[in-house]
Write a protein that binds this ligand. Structure first.
Ligand code: NDP
Ligand code: A1CAB
Length: 271
């Protein structure tokens, strides 16, 4: 990764998360540029991380070795078309949901070297999870670069079929929002029970952090076993868990993840 100049096209939530993770991992800020049409997000990135910023996509992409395409899927075609003259020989990494790898060659009007990835926002803390997909024939050094870039911000998995990226979206790209929703609901319930909101948040967030760490640090135990350790027979947890089960939490989760994948497939047809 040393001395590789990286340009992020689009300076939104996800670029900020990856850039935050890269800087935290020790990557040199002078090798990172982010572009955006407006300046507030660029100014914040320059202040917080000391990276280079620009409103000129073409000039910044031309000066980079690796271009990370980080705009919303509906803007991707126009952005790629504008970069057509500066991408030859460079590694392109896309983080966009939904757009198939083959579509980028159409956007650029030529064959490009492109790796699809699906990161998530905890990247900014070095706690991210990224799925990667490289089409057949991608040079090993490019795959290694994409992997080390994402590994600097958390864990990674490679998927060997492109459809695997949609599964990564359901399990990891979108899923921080599921957990946020759950914590949100717990805080709301705590407040309704009369707790100060700050205390409700501290209680819920620390329980979530502790539970996630226990899953990660006890690989020999299944989540079901960890749950059983909390659930005393005839006790309080059993009542709460029975309520979730009776409400169909598992099938709700399955439906939510299925619909997440369906939306990715729909986007693949639309963009
Ligand atoms: N958010 C997430 O958790 C994840 C998102 N992704 C993917 O990441 C991509 C970006 O999402 P996210 O960061 O959330 O979205 P954001 O809207 O936060 O970021 C996109 C950025 O692109 C900027 N932009 C718009 N037009 C251009 C242009 N022509 N050139 C350069 N920049 C432009 C926008 O600027 P402005 O706002 O000023 O218009 C905005 O800052 C999406 O494709 C999404 O699918 C993948 C994994 C997780
Ligand atoms: O909601 C989205 O479409 C993007 C992709 C994964 C997370 N955010």
């Amino acid at each position: 990764m040393q001395n590789t100049k990286i340009c992020f096209i689009g300076a939104g939530n996800m670029s900020r998360a990856i850039i935050g993770g890269l800087i935290k991992s020790g990557y040199s800020a002078s090798l990172i540029t982010a572009t955006n049409p407006s300046t507030p997000k660029l100014d914040a990135l320059a202040t917080d991380y000391g990276i280079n910023t620009s409103q000129d996509n073409v000039k910044s992409a031309a000066a980079a070795d690796v271009i990370v395409l980080s705009v919303k899927p509906q803007l991707m075609q126009a952005v790629c078309e504008s970069l057509t003259d500066v991408v030859d020989g460079k590694l392109l990494i896309t983080i966009a949901a939904g757009i198939p790898e083959s579509r980028y060659h159409d956007y650029f009007g030529r064959q490009v070297k492109l790796i699809r990835t699906m990161p998530n926002t905890p990247m900014q803390l070095g706690l991210g999870m990224t799925g990667l997909y490289a089409p057949a024939g991608m040079p090993q050094e490019d795959k290694a670069f994409a992997e080390s870039l994402m590994r600097a911000c958390g864990d990674i998995v490679w998927v060997d079929k492109e459809s695997g990226i949609d599964k990564v979206i359901a399990l990891a790209g979108s899923s921080p929002a599921y957990f946020f929703l759950f914590i949100e609901a717990m805080i709301e319930a705590g407040v309704e029970m009369g707790l100060p909101e700050a205390d409700a948040r501290t209680l819920a967030q620390q329980a979530a952090v502790g539970a996630a760490a226990m899953v990660k640090q006890n690989p020999e135990l299944t989540p079901a076993e960890l749950r059983a350790n909390v659930t005393s027979k005839g006790g309080t947890t059993a009542e709460a868990i029975a309520t979730f089960e009776a409400g169909g939490l598992r099938s709700l989760v399955k439906d939510a993840m299925g619909n997440c994948i369906k939306r990715a497939e729909e986007m693949a047809r639309n963009f």
